[in-house]
Design a binder for this molecule. Structure first.
Ligand SMILES: [Zn+2]
Length: 429
């Protein structure tokens, strides 16, 4: 007997899913997405996809009963639930005043004097962790992501910068995620910046705060990964290496922010450590030998083009990375200071406009490859049998419109595990 479907999404105009090759997807396979016109998706009672493809094939492969939920997609474009593999959702307040100052040409000192900058976020976040007011703010950030089509995300700490506050940031994130539709993977970013009480003493900060937090993060709060901001003025390669080795020894996956403003040795260190990813890469020249080294390795390059837009900075060499065979993923970098934008559809547009990716490459980078960065590529990021029934319906006729319709709230509906969790503009007309 055919398996019982509890949800059937039918009358999908076009279904798009990454190429059916093992993750991580590289090179020409990134663009080789599967496009199915006139499609359906059938999902079982456990929230897992039973069948996805041409309407008639799906109907023939499953059975339904009186309780089966039929959802008319009304010709929408269906893509896998988006996977955001790099976000900073645990912060209090915002930095809107700084945004205007910066756009009018203010420098770091002026912004700092006006009460802005990352240290302002750290002070507010510590206070909100202490008085218990952080959770609703974190939940709001996850709600925004879900409404934009993100169904799986990574979330980092990094705005608290004491051992206890960093661990508490991850604890709060875990408890908010427990009853939120977004599936969350948590990363300790204890080495985000040097806090004011360690001014000029980054080594002491790494030894007294970042490393002790890394040693406890897996055991005490079940963190998945550790991340560091490797850049001039923050942490150098020796400090980053010391911290990440301690994190790996404690069972965490190593990741890093690297090559955002300068070459600080991130590529060499990531390859040496066997890190999962280097994120940013805006300072990586398309013809640099280290780009070829990165492409030949198993370290993913994560593009964060919304931060390039936000800071009016160059874009990472996405085209060169794809052509060289690198594992390329795409994320929002949602944070209050340099990328206050959680929309992966916008990041997909910017990856095409700024990093010169094709639409299919950007979609693969923001689904199955992002899932690979999070260790979840066997469960999310594809519309194929056996994957979780995470589906985004968009008011678009085909894949080409996904990056082309820039900044549009085209998300009509979001399904997580087969349940409709978010209906945006145009849904349920
Ligand atoms: Zn970041």
């Amino acid at each position: 007997m055919q398996p019982l479907a509890t949800t059937v999404i039918h009358d999908i105009g076009t279904l798009v899913t990454p190429a059916r090759v093992p993750a991580p997807v590289r090179g020409a396979d990134l663009a080789a997405v599967v496009e199915v016109p006139g499609a359906s998706i059938a999902i079982d009672g456990d929230g897992v996809i039973l069948s996805a493809g041409p309407e008639a094939e799906v109907r023939a492969s499953i059975r339904t009963d009186g309780d089966t939920e039929f959802r008319d997609a009304r010709g929408a474009l269906a893509i896998p639930g988006l996977v955001d593999c790099h976000t900073h959702p645990v912060f209090a307040g915002d930095r809107a005043a700084e945004f205007e100052l910066r756009n009018l040409g203010a420098g770091y000192e002026e912004i700092h004097a006006a009460g802005g900058g990352i240290r302002a976020s750290v002070a507010k976040t510590r206070a909100a962790l202490d008085d218990g007011s952080i959770a609703p703010q974190v939940r709001r950030h996850l709600d925004w992501m879900l409404a934009a089509g993100t169904t799986t995300a990574e979330g980092k700490s990094g705005y608290a910068l004491t051992v206890e506050h960093e661990l508490e940031s991850l604890r709060v994130l875990g408890s908010v995620a427990k009853d939120h539709p977004i599936r969350l993977v948590r990363t300790l970013l204890a080495a985000h910046t040097v806090p004011v009480e360690f001014d000029g003493r980054p080594d002491a900060y790494v030894d007294e705060v970042a490393i002790p937090a890394a040693r406890r993060a897996k055991r005490e709060v079940r963190a998945d990964a550790a991340d560091v901001f490797l850049e001039r003025g923050s942490f150098d390669a020796a400090q980053a290496g010391r911290y990440l080795r301690a994190a790996q020894a404690a069972g965490l996956v190593a990741r890093m922010h690297g090559d955002q403003f300068s070459d600080s040795g991130a590529v060499e260190l990531a390859i040496e450590l066997g890190a999962r990813s280097i994120d940013h890469l805006e300072a990586l020249e398309p013809d640099a030998p280290r780009l070829r080294d990165l492409a030949a390795s198993d370290v993913a390059g994560v593009l964060l083009p919304t931060s390039s837009l936000f800071l009016n900075r160059p874009y990472a060499p996405g085209r060169a990375l794809v052509d060289a065979g690198a594992i390329v993923a795409l994320a929002s970098d949602f944070n209050p200071g340099s990328s206050y934008g959680e929309s992966l559809p916008l990041a997909i547009s910017l990856a095409c406009l700024g990093c010169h990716l094709r639409a299919g490459e950007a979609l693969t980078a923001a689904t199955v490859n992002a899932a690979w960065v999070l260790g979840l590529a066997d469960r999310v990021g594809r519309l194929d049998p056996g994957y979780r029934g995470d589906v985004v319906l968009l008011d678009q006729p085909n894949l080409a419109h996904l990056p082309y319709h820039v900044g549009s709230p085209a998300v009509q509906a979001v399904f997580v595990g087969g349940l409709e969790v978010s209906g945006g503009l145009g849904a349920r007309r």
